[in-house]
Design a protein around this ligand. Sequence first.
Ligand code: SAM
Length: 417
Amino acid sequence: MSNILEKLEHILVPMALKYVPEQSEPKAVVHQWAHAIANNLPLFGNSQELDNSAIIKILENNNLYKSKTSFHHNLTSHLPITPPKKAIFTFIDLFAGIGGMRIGAQNNGGVCVFSSEFEKNAQQTYLDNHGELPFGDITKIPVDAIPSHDVLFAGFPCQPFSHAGLKQGIEDTRGTLFHNIAEILSVKKPKVAVLENVKGLISHDKGYTLQVILKTLVDMGYSCNIPKSIILNGSSKELQAEAKKMVLKSIDFGVPQNRQRIYIVLWLDGLIDFFHYPVPLGVTTCVGDILEADPDPKYTISDKLWAGHQRRKIQNKKDGKGFGYGCVTPDSPYTNTISARYYKDGSEILIEQENYNPRKVTHREAARLQGFPDTFSIHASSVQAYKQFGNSVSTPVISCLVKEIYHQILEVSNELT
Ligand SMILES: C[S@@+](CC[C@H](N)C(=O)[O-])C[C@H]1O[C@@H](n2cnc3c(N)ncnc32)[C@H](O)[C@@H]1O
């Protein structure tokens, strides 16, 4: 960890203690304050007694602050992933994982004002790369304490809703993580929300889950590309057909991976009429682009594992159950989707090798397969590294999506205000 963060923690933790939510670390508050000071943005805590100048005074007295520019430099210049020097817009990073969304947002001038991720290993990778320990469990964060922001990002777990009926809007979603997202949106009213999920969300619970999500948000004053008449009264077939248009493929944005995810872009009613999703870049992808020159032999799978994969493939074919493992060569245009279970046996993506058994992708190749830059610091545990990249987003997709969000929604709304 950087020297400056340690010094800041030493000085600010006692003051931060009363703002620490249950199941979050005091460091999370201190790190949020540091980045907020460096960007002249609001502090987590939203209290009358808390303001940036009071903290700056304390830092000045401890020789840790001379100017905003030098403080920003000291806080961020050593980071593997450097944030923008100046905020073009602000965002919060929920269910943050290792910050894949954050990278895409930062590439477009976004500055993060709050992050939440409760898994300790992902928190560590996030801290190592972004210089900020995320807050913990989002269900324990007081919504008022979250600073205002322009964009909310959330790649949240897909959970079913009760079928008791859609009567009370947001109250019907209680007990799910979507409820916490909806609460933040209803109180903080960011201009834009980006909800990322597996494509299966569209058909989850026969379309009911998606309908509850969209109806709740529409009731709260948000719009998306699906007409309100379809969200409120359309058939689930119509809703699902519209939702499919929100699916983006990683291969269309230069990543040699067959990953498809739904990206629900929502905006405050009236800001725009329709959002044009980014169009495919038209680049040809190739697995060779992400391969390392001289991978360690430890990634080659054992004879036992290889025999098991081959046996299962034959059995699956007999049972009509798909194809089993997926082998590619450097010339293949793309790999299968990397999943959080890749560490177990690597079955979805194996690289063919001459005279040897196939190999798994290396940790760095897994990072590249999601578009993470080579400066990204990878978790020391092999299991965690694969899990984290498998759980992540493809950062180039987010970069292209946020570019459109900025030009079509944020820039236009700035002109309006
Ligand atoms: C699909 S991953 C999102 C990954 C992220 N978008 C990225 O690019 O790395 C969902 C994350 O939500 C986190 N999570 C689930 N429930 C949570 C909660 N109650 N509070 C905070 N984080 C939570 C999980 O630990 C997991 O890392």
